[in-house]
Design a protein around this ligand. Structure first.
Ligand SMILES: [Zn+2]
Ligand SMILES: [Zn+2]
Length: 192
């Protein structure tokens, strides 16, 4: 630094040193922690956005899923205990056990994925974006299995298939995956 260098922002004021990042000469008033104002603001990481919009809905889903699972598991437990009281033909029906076990296993996987996503979600970590997509892939797969299961179990006496009720659970997770891939709000919220 030459003895007569002056601050780039204050002509005539002697510079006390260069910005450590961009090298511009600045006076003592302009240097903040060895950096010029422009470099300080550029270096500061942007603050994550507050949760809002559709993210509130996905957060509620992540919270409600474990609670719903708990309720289903308790209900299955209660029904299992009543097996002695119900007709033998039902108690011996293996499909009840198969569907109940399958339901609990798939729900447990979804709860695991939801909690895995929730941990990153609450900390606004970047990992949330991938974990939420993984969660909705899980939801999609479970809904496909349920649709197949219902088709297999159908009998002629069942009411006709509700097309909206069948298609919607398959479309919804795809919409959510797309949301987490493309939303600007998602990118601005999960920065850490
Ligand atoms: Zn600078
Ligand atoms: Zn200055």
């Amino acid at each position: 630094m030459s003895a007569n260098a002056s601050c780039v922002d204050h002509a005539g004021v002697a510079a006390s040193g260069p910005c450590r990042r961009c090298g511009s000469f600045l006076c003592a008033d302009c240097l903040v922690g060895g950096h010029c104002a422009a470099c300080v603001s550029r270096a500061a990481p942007p603050e994550p956005r507050a949760f809002g919009g559709w993210l509130i809905l996905s957060l509620l889903t992540l919270f409600s899923l474990p609670l719903r699972f708990l309720a289903t598991a308790l209900k299955s437990g209660v029904e299992l205990r009543k097996v002695d009281d119900i007709p033998a033909s039902f108690a011996l029906d293996p499909s009840w056990y198969v569907w109940t076990a399958l339901g609990l296993v798939t729900d447990a996987i979804l709860v695991g994925l939801a909690l895995f996503a929730l941990i990153a979600f609450l900390r606004k970590q970047k990992a949330t974006i991938v974990r939420m997509q993984l969660f909705y892939v899980g939801v999609f797969c479970v809904n496909v299995l349920m649709t197949i299961g219902e088709a297999v179990e159908r009998t002629a006496s069942d009411p006709p298939v509700n097309m909206f009720g069948t298609v919607w659970p398959l479309v919804l997770p795809v919409l959510w995956i797309n949301y987490f891939r493309t939303s600007a709000r998602v990118k601005q919220t999960f920065l850490r």
